[in-house]
Design a protein around this ligand. Structure first.
Ligand code: BG6
Length: 474
């Protein structure tokens, strides 16, 4: 029998993760087109301000576009082995359906990627993170139209060709299953009265599955020694009680999430999809070669975000729904505390998630998002401004402890990139005050501030975690 080892591998990828639109700003510089995020000033829930009359923090974000050398130097100081970043599709194809890419957009990522490599930080690139070109929404209705597959394929091939010698880890779509919960953010979908929304959502998802398989194919053809993964927002679902009906409700809810990785990691629509589709009036169009493509071009690894678990019951009437869980359709777990934003804090759930995913897919896993969104207070001490974010350290420490347990359980874990290593604009709230960073950014919800960067207490803590390869967590 192999010995049980609670240790991270020598090649473990420690780092941080962010998305282009949440950090870059410069939303209309050097030929960049408008993305869905640029017209979504209130975040996921009210995304339809096409007139762009409201203040939108994404437009300037934290100005990573101009400050990337300073920010990357700070990541290097923490000892990052990798940075999970995304490329803004609209910098490369501003409207989405052009014939030729925007050279200036590519040049920006040339510089960012070179800067990372200069510091020995591996770029891990998400091809599409929540911000498709608005042009594709206006002309094609977002991912509901099959034509968008070829635009995505062209975009993916363009960046594979450009960065094939520099980027070896890729991910096709951020949190692909979020199209079910936030159709505009995940799929550029806008509904009109009378639409069969579920049908449109799953048709759009099917187009994304095919696009993702084509990207896997192209990536392996173009980029030598590449690994390309999917990315799932995962919340393992617990039953509220041991009542069989509650257990079934939890299993069913989990399947709505798993359907996505069942397809991307196993290469087939799972058998339970038939009944689910039939009972929800979903009839999607699948073309002849699609299923073969899905089967042939499965992902190499499974990336996922983990922020919380989810709880449900057969009857959710009179149930306590916290804000965070409500987004994902869950109810309050009486045994777990929540963050200020109602996201339930459940480190053990990460061990559970890792074990469930590994048991099911038997492929390398990568935690590509995890972190605590909290209000930070800047204290002015003798040495200058300071943020004593012990709550964040606590949160991360407890999750890393469970990662070690999962490794001892036998899970193959490639790395950990905590979400928002530098404060950034929140995706669900489009505000600054929900902060995740090890680095504080002086900017408030109105967009005021110097944008100065300050190392928080957690910065030094994470530096030690990485230096000791996860041995020193105190
Ligand atoms: C994930 C997204 O869902 O959660 C990120 O991939 C997002 O883009 C992160 O920022 C945290 O969510 P929020 O709403 O707190 O920013």
């Amino acid at each position: 029998m192999k010995e049980t080892v609670k240790k991270f591998s020598d090649h473990f990828l420690w780092g941080g993760a962010f998305a282009a639109n949440q950090v870059e700003g410069a939303y209309n510089e050097n030929g960049k087109g408008l993305s869905t995020a640029d017209v979504s000033p209130d975040g996921i829930s009210h995304p339809f301000d096409m007139s762009m009359t409201k203040k939108n923090l994404y437009h300037d974000a934290i100005d990573f576009y101009h400050r990337y050398p300073e920010d990357i130097a700070l990541f290097a100081e923490m000892g990052f082995k990798c940075l999970r970043m995304s490329i803004a599709w609209t910098r490369i194809f501003p409207e989405g359906d052009e014939d030729q890419p925007n050279e200036k957009g590519l040049q920006f990522y040339d510089k960012v990627i070179d800067e990372l490599l200069k510091h020995d930080i591996q770029p891990i690139v998400t091809i599409s993170h929540y911000e498709m070109p608005l042009g594709l929404v206006k002309r094609y209705g977002g991912w509901r139209d099959r034509k968008v597959i070829s635009f995505y394929e062209k975009y993916a091939c363009t960046i594979f060709e450009r960065y094939k010698d520099k980027v070896k880890h890729w991910m096709t779509f951020n949190e692909i299953n979020v199209v079910v919960h936030a159709p505009f953010t995940g799929g550029g979908l806008i509904f009109t009265e009378g639409d069969n929304q579920k049908n449109i959502i799953y048709q759009a998802a099917h187009h994304q599955f095919v696009a993702s398989a084509l990207a896997v194919k192209a990536c392996h053809e173009i980029v030598k020694n590449a690994k390309i993964g999917c990315m799932l927002a995962y919340w393992p679902t617990y039953p509220l009680t041991s009542k069989p009906e509650d257990v079934w409700a939890a299993l069913s809810m989990d399947r709505e999430t798993m359907l996505f990785t069942d397809i991307q990691a196993r290469g087939v629509y799972p058998s339970y999809a038939n009944r689910y589709f039939r009972e929800h009036g979903i009839e999607i169009q699948i073309q002849e070669d699609d299923l073969e493509l899905l089967r042939e071009y499965k992902v190499d690894f499974l990336g996922f975000s983990y922020y919380m678990s989810r709880t449900t019951a057969a009857s959710t009437e009179n149930a306590d729904t916290t804000e965070g869980n409500l987004i994902m359709g869950g109810i309050k777990n009486p045994y777990i505390e929540s963050s200020e934003w109602g996201w339930e804090i459940d480190p053990k759930g990460l061990r559970i998630a890792l074990n469930i995913l590994y048991d099911r897919y038997q492929m390398p896993l990568f935690i590509v998002e995890n972190g605590l969104g909290a209000t930070d207070v800047v204290e002015y001490q003798k040495g200058g401004p300071a943020v004593n974010d012990d709550y964040r350290i606590n949160y991360l420490r407890n999750h890393i402890i469970e990662m070690k347990e999962a490794i001892a359980d036998g899970v193959e874990l490639m790395g950990y990139t905590s979400w928002g290593p530098i404060d950034l604009v929140s995706a669900s709230k489009a505000e600054m005050s929900k902060r995740y960073g090890f680095i504080y950014v002086d900017k408030d919800d109105e967009g005021n501030g110097t944008l100065d960067r300050t190392r928080k207490k957690s910065f030094y803590w994470y530096q030690n975690v990485i230096k000791s390869n996860g041995e020193v967590l105190s």
